[in-house]
Design a binder for this molecule. Structure first.
Ligand code: GAR
Length: 217
C-alpha cells in the first residue's frame, strides 16, 4: 500500500513534528511527512523541517485579520497542492473552524498534553498539579468542532511524583507525546482505526463484550 502523505501543522518548537519525521524515516512506516505548515513564520520547527529536506509553507494568520475561514482556505490550498491524505496538528495553537474540520473528517489528528477528557485547554501541567492528580499524560485524538473532545486514538500516562514541578512534569509528558503520536499516526495511516459511537476501535484488537456486531466494520 502506498504511504499516506501527511501534513504536520505547527506553531512553535516542533518536537512532536520531529518525532513524526523520525518515525517516517523508516520506509516501512505507513506515512511520509510531505509538508510542514506553520501559521508563524518564526516557528522554530520550520528550520528543522527544512534541514530535513521537507517542504514547508507559512500561512501567517495575522495577514487575514479576523477572517479565520480565509486563513484556513489559504492553508487548505497549500495542503491540497501537496496531495495530503492526513493532517496532524502538533502544537498548532489556532482554533479551527467547523469548515476546516469538515474538510478533514476522520483524517485530522491532534496531540494534547493531558489525559483527556481531563484538562482540556491550556496550562494542563499546572492544572494537573494544582488538582492533586495522581497521574497525567498525553492524548492523540481525532479533531471535532468541540475543542479537545474528539475520539481518542492513543494515550500515554505518567505518574505524578511528590516533588514534580510544572517543568519536570512537562518534560516527562513530552517524552510520552513523542511515543504515542507516531503510534497513532501509524494506526490511522494503516486504516486500522474505526470510530463507533465516538469511540475508536483498532482493527486486529479484540472488542469487549457489549459492542453490537452490527456496529463492527
Ligand atoms: C505539545 O506539548 C503539545 O501537546 C501541545 O503543545 C506542545 C507543542 O510542543 N499542544 C497543545 O497544547 C494543543 N492544545 P512541540 O511544538 O514541541 O511539539
Amino acid at each position: 500500500m502506498a504511504r499516506k502523505r501527511v501534513a504536520v501543522l505547527i506553531s512553535g518548537r516542533g518536537s512532536n513534528m520531529v518525532a513524526l519525521i523520525e518515525a517516517a524515516k523508516d520506509q516501512s512506516y505507513p506515512a511520509e511527512i510531505a509538508l510542514v505548515l506553520s501559521n508563524d513564520p518564526t516557528a522554530q520547527g520550520l528550520s528543522h523541517a527544512r534541514s530535513a529536506g521537507i517542504a514547508t509553507a507559512v500561512v501567517d494568520h495575522r495577514t487575514f485579520g479576523k477572517d479565520r475561514e480565509a486563513f484556513e482556505r489559504a492553508m487548505q490550498a497549500e495542503i491540497v497542492a501537496r496531495r495530503i491524505d492526513i493532517v496532524c496538528l502538533a502544537g498548532f495553537m489556532r482554533l479551527l473552524t467547523p469548515w476546516f474540520i469538515a474538510q478533514w473528517e476522520g483524517r485530522l489528528l491532534n496531540i494534547h498534553p493531558a489525559l483527556l477528557p481531563a484538562f482540556k485547554g491550556l496550562d494542563t501541567h499546572a492544572r494537573a498539579l494544582a488538582a492533586g492528580a495522581k497521574q497525567h499524560g498525553a492524548t492523540v485524538h481525532f479533531v471535532v468542532p468541540e475543542m479537545d473532545s474528539g475520539p481518542i486514538i492513543t494515550q500515554g500516562a505518567v505518574a505524578i511524583a511528590a516533588g514534580d514541578t510544572e517543568q519536570t512534569l512537562a518534560a516527562r509528558v513530552l517524552t510520552v507525546e513523542h511515543e504515542i503520536y507516531p503510534l497513532a499516526l501509524k494506526l490511522v495511516a494503516e486504516d486500522r482505526v474505526r470510530i463507533v459511537d465516538g469511540i475508536c476501535w483498532i482493527d486486529g484488537m479484540a472488542m469487549p463484550q457489549g459492542v453490537p456486531a452490527s456496529s463492527r466494520s
